[in-house]
Design a protein around this ligand. Structure first.
Ligand SMILES: *Cc1c(COP(=O)(O)O)cnc(C)c1O
Length: 425
C-alpha cells in the first residue's frame, strides 16, 4: 500500500485529480512491466503471452504491453483497430470472436492474422476463403469447448456443457468428426481453449487444456506429422480481489499445468496464452472524490463519481464482483481506524439507480466531503472498458511510472468535462 499512498498523495498535490476530474483511473506501468515479466518467468520459452484486449482496451496501455513482449488477443473489429493503433504486428494478433462476419474472416486471412474457428458454419466460410488466399500465414485452428463444467461465476464460465463458445467436443460423435476435419485440412494447425474466467479453479482450467492437448496428440498421431504446432490455452487466471496479495501467481498456475500437461513444458508445441485480468487488474486503481455524505436509516452514505459507468460489474453483480475500497483524506492520507470513527458505509456512484454502489455496508473510517476513495484492483474490465468509452463524463485515465519517491503521471485518456460539453453547445 506504500506505493498507492504515494500515488494518491502525489496525484492530489499535482492536481492530476481536480474539481473537474472527479474520478480517475490510474494504470501503474511499472507494475504492469513486473507482471508481464512474472508471466514470462513462470513459463518456458515456447510460451508466447498475448493480452486479451477486452480487459483493457486503452491504446497507451496496449503499447507498453507490446513493448514488454506481449501479443494481442482481440474479439471484434474495434479491438483489432485498437491493437493496430497500439502497434501490434499482424503475426502477434489473434482474432477470437464467436460472431465473426465473412468480412472479419477475410480481413484476418488476407492479412495473416491468426484466428480460432468457433463452429462448423464458420469452418465452411474459412474453407472458401482458403481457396481465395491459399498462401495466408494466418495460424488457424478450432476453439474447443472441453465441456468440463463451470466455475463459481456462471456469466464468466466458458466451458460448461451448454456454453455459447467453441466446438462442443464431448457431444455425440463430435470428437471423431473434428479429427476427420483436421485430417482433410493440413492448414488447420492449432487448437484453442479458454476455460475461464474469474471463479474457475486452476485444476479445472488445466483439465480443459489437457483435453485439447490429448486431442492434438491424437490428430498428430493420425496424420503422422506435427500438423498441430500451436496450442492456444486462453487466459482466465483468477485475481485475488480481497487483498494486495497476488494469488494465484503465474508460477502457481505453471506448476499445476506442468503436473497436468507436462508436454506443454517441452519444445513440442508453441503455447500461446491470452491473459487479461491477471495482467491488468492489480495494476490499476480508481480514485474518486467524495462529493457529498449523508445518513439514511442509520447508514452512512458517501456519494462519489465512480459507479456503474466505470464499475459496471460491481454495480450490477455486487456479490460476484466485490471491490476493496480505502478512504483517504482530502490531502491523500489513508484514513485509519485509530484516527477516525468506523461507521457502516455505502460508497455510492453518480448514476441514477439505487444499485449504483461501489460497496455496501462496509465498516469504513467515516468519510466526509472532499475525501477520496480508492477502488483497488480495477485495472481490468473497469474504467478501461470500451463499452463505456463514450459515456464517461469526467473520468480521465493516467499512467504512473517511476519509483515511489519520483512518480510521473501522464494523461492517457482525456476526460470529458462539463466545460467541453458547454463549449460544444
Ligand atoms: C476474455 C477472454 C480472455 C481473457 O480472460 P481473463 O479472464 O481476463 O484472463 C482470453 N481469451 C478469450 C477467448 C476471452 O474471451
Amino acid at each position: 500500500m506504500i506505493r498507492k499512498q504515494q500515488i494518491i498523495q502525489k496525484a492530489i498535490a499535482a492536481n492530476v485529480i481536480d474539481s473537474d476530474l472527479t474520478a480517475i483511473g490510474i494504470m501503474d506501468f511499472d507494475g504492469l512491466q513486473k507482471t508481464v515479466a512474472a508471466a514470462y518467468d513462470a513459463f518456458p520459452t515456447n510460451f508466447f503471452h498475448t493480452f486479451a484486449v477486452k480487459a483493457n482496451a486503452l491504446v497507451e496501455v496496449l503499447k507498453v504491453l507490446r513493448e514488454y513482449g506481449m501479443g494481442a488477443e482481440v474479439a471484434s473489429p474495434g479491438e483489432l483497430l485498437i491493437a493496430k493503433n497500439a502497434g501490434f504486428s499482424n503475426k502477434d494478433i489473434i482474432f477470437d470472436s464467436p460472431a465473426k462476419t465473412l468480412n472479419d474472416l477475410r480481413t484476418c486471412i488476407k492479412n495473416d492474422i491468426s484466428l480460432n474457428i468457433d463452429n462448423l458454419q464458420e469452418l465452411a466460410r474459412v474453407d472458401k476463403l482458403m481457396l481465395e488466399f491459399p498462401n495466408t500465414k494466418s495460424v488457424i485452428g478450432f476453439r474447443i469447448n472441453p465441456q468440463i463444467g463451470g466455475g463459481a461465476i456462471s456469466s464468466t464460465s466458458t466451458a460448461t456443457a451448454t456454453s455459447k463458445f467453441g466446438y462442443p467436443l464431448a457431444d455425440g460423435s463430435n470428437r471423431q468428426e473434428l479429427i476427420n476435419i483436421y485430417q482433410q485440412r493440413p492448414w488447420l494447425t492449432s487448437l484453442h481453449t479458454h476455460s475461464g474466467s474469474q471463479g474457475c479453479a486452476l485444476e479445472l482450467m488445466a483439465k480443459g487444456i489437457l483435453v485439447i492437448t490429448e486431442l492434438a496428440e491424437e490428430i498428430n498421431n493420425n496424420t503422422g506429422t506435427q500438423q498441430i504446432a500451436r496450442l492456444d490455452i486462453g487466459g482466465g487466471l483468477p485475481v485475488n480481489f480481497a487483498s494486495e496479495e497476488v494469488t494465484p501467481s503465474f508460477a502457481d498456475y505453471a506448476q499445476i499445468l506442468k503436473q497436468t500437461v507436462p508436454v506443454l513444458f517441452t519444445d513440442k508445441y508453441q503455447v500461446k496464452t491470452e491473459f487479461g485480468r491477471a495482467i491488468a487488474a492489480k495494476n490499476g486503481v480508481i480514485i474518486t472524490r467524495v462529493e457529498y455524505t449523508k445518513n439514511s436509516g442509520g447508514r452512512h452514505i458517501a456519494t462519489t463519481h465512480a459507479g456503474a459507468q466505470i464499475m459496471t460489474r460491481t454495480a450490477f453483480l455486487p456479490t460476484s464482483w466485490p471491490i476493496r475500497v480505502t478512504g483517504y483524506s482530502a490531502v491523500g492520507l489513508e484514513k485509519t481506524a485509530e484516527e477516525f470513527e468506523i461507521v457502516a458505509t455505502d460508497v455510492a456512484g453518480p448514476c441514477c439507480f439505487a444499485g449504483d454502489l461501489i460497496c455496501a455496508d462496509q465498516q469504513l473510517p467515516k468519510l466526509v466531503p472532499n475525501d477520496y476513495v480508492m477502488a483497488h484492483d480495477t485495472g481490468g474490465y473497469y474504467f478501461s472498458n470500451h463499452f463505456d468509452y463514450n459515456s464517461l463524463p469526467r473520468v480521465g485515465v493516467f499512467s504512473v511510472s517511476g519509483n515511489d519517491e519520483n512518480l510521473n503521471f501522464n494523461c492517457i485518456r482525456k476526460a470529458d468535462s462539463l466545460d467541453d460539453v458547454a463549449n460544444n453547445m
